[in-house]
Design a protein around this ligand. Structure first.
Ligand code: PMV
Length: 301
């Protein structure tokens, strides 16, 4: 029996701009997906109600991972059991974490000796197949952990940061929101182009302040980034309420993380304000939880 785990992620800066080749900073968090594989008579998914055979419609990510392993080795019966702390469909990279943890567990189980680069690449292929289009951000961050500059895939020096995540509980389709932004950009190429350039400049400026541990300035830049995300139409009333509530309670900075439209916001906090911010986000209607940035990528438990 083998168990592996992989982290979810947040965007400190730069989502949407990264779609146009601009700079973003993403970071792994200490919420993880755990996957346990064990010998079984067929390829099965374990669940609370017992085991069922792997089904491409019900388990598209795992199915696609198993298909990839069939090209590498003789895939015998195996049961796959998933437990994840990461809320699904909320922009925290839950599908990537499950995909990467499954690849790592099967790699150890079948002794296929994949490198971290191989794992990240296979994970990205799987996400692209299942979602139609996927940026490599989530799978890269989930594999390597830590803070990553995108699109360069450059790992930055790690800093422990305290984050309150506020989940609106509203599902949003990344594909739809990305296409809305593309349409807005077509209508206003110069204006939106300059906004994307400014978001990129925020990410680049932010790197230096993250490295210096100047989180007051990082928070300020997050707030500016949030204003620009609102300006391209990816905000929502619910997200704004959580963002403003967190700032009023003392967050250093707060913004949407991921595609927006729904899903989650993040608030960067000092230790002294952490629970006050988490309560404020809850009172403003969000499901709030506290997490930290994490330097730990995929690993065998
Ligand atoms: O909501 P998420 O975590 O899938 O993030 C989407 C981030 C975008 O920049 C909007 C799209 C992308 O693929 O990078």
């Amino acid at each position: 029996m083998i168990t592996s785990s992989a982290p979810g992620k947040i965007f400190l800066f730069g989502e949407h701009a990264v779609v146009y080749g601009k700079t973003a900073i993403a970071c792994a968090i200490d919420l993880r997906a755990h996957v346990t594989v064990d010998e079984a008579p067929s390829i099965q998914m374990k669940g609370p109600g017992g085991s069922i055979d792997l089904n491409p419609r019900k388990h598209p990510y795992i199915y696609s991972v198993v298909e990839k392993f069939k090209g590498l080795t003789d895939v015998t019966g195996v049961s796959i059991d998933i437990h994840s702390d990461i809320p699904v469909g909320s922009g925290l990279g839950s599908s990537a974490a499950v995909t990467i943890a499954t690849i790592k567990a099967l790699d150890a189980y079948y002794e296929t000796n994949l490198t971290l680069e191989d794992i990240a690449q296979m994970g990205h292929l799987v996400e692209s197949e299942v979602q139609g289009r996927a940026s490599p951000t989530d799978t890269f961050v989930s594999t390597f952990g830590g803070m990553v500059q995108i699109p360069d895939r450059k790992k930055l020096g790690f800093h422990d940061m305290l984050i309150v995540i506020g989940n609106t509980g509203k599902f949003s389709s990344t594909r739809k929101i990305v296409s809305n932004v593309a349409a807005l950009r077509e209508r206003h190429p110069i204006v939106i182009g300059q906004i994307m350039d400014t978001i990129s400049a925020i990410s680049e400026t932010g790197v230096d302040f993250i490295q210096e541990g100047d989180f007051h300035t990082v928070g300020e830049l997050m707030n500016i980034n949030q204003g620009l995300l609102d300006s391209i139409g990816v905000g929502s009333k619910e997200l704004s309420e959580l963002v403003y509530a967190s700032r009023k309670a003392g967050a250093l900075g707060s913004k949407i993380t991921g595609a927006g439209g729904g899903g989650c916001m993040i608030a960067l906090c000092e230790h002294k304000n952490l629970s006050r911010v988490a309560h404020a986000v809850k009172r403003a209607g969000g499901d709030s939880f506290i997490c930290r940035t994490s330097n730990t990528g995929v690993r065998i438990e």
